[in-house]
Design a protein around this ligand. Sequence first.
Ligand code: C5P
Length: 206
Amino acid sequence: MIIAVDGPAASGKGTIAAALARRFGLPHLDTGLLYRAVGLSVKAHIEAPDIEARATRAAELLDVTGVDPQALLGADVGILASRIAVFAGVRRALFAVQRDFALQPAGAVLDGRDIGTVIAPEADAKLFIVADAAVRAGRRARQLEARGLTIDRTRLLADIEARDARDRAAPHGGFHPADDAVLLDTTDLDIEAAITAAIAEVEAAI
Ligand code: C5P
């Protein structure tokens, strides 16, 4: 069984995907971490003219062993990730990693932006999680503050909106829900209610 959970930054998709993985006993991949790891590894060259070639090479050679996930969570790394995510070579290299994960015999839950449309169009259940940008910024701020980081909330909202805009305008056509995805709006749901709704949608789909 493959479960695809897509949606914009800080929509709750990661938490929902982790809960679905526990509920259905499946391995889980947060695909944003792959883009974040590539973005961080080329940080020093992000303004260089050859950034596309560098980021593509980094994606092809990506080895996440030894990468501290804590180092990948910051809003600044999210921006780096969205800047290198527009490159076709990066998407091609990371496609292979994500596809392999999806095709494990045990099945899998993947969360990202294009799981239901590109990585695993055959997924058994597809959710597309949405929420107002201001609500998403508030959640992400609390999440980062809980990890001991100091957050400028106004900047965080601006970062999320900038990332949404870049993700929408991406040359590969932007991210959109698969035709057969279920839209789940979590603006007015707390995380428990969002997880309950997601489990119900997956059970209805399989
Ligand atoms: O989900 P997260 O905020 O960690 O993703 C960081 C960035 O990586 C996104 O803004 C997006 O540009 C890119 N991304 C992507 N495809 C995915 C996951 C993330 O392009 N499947």
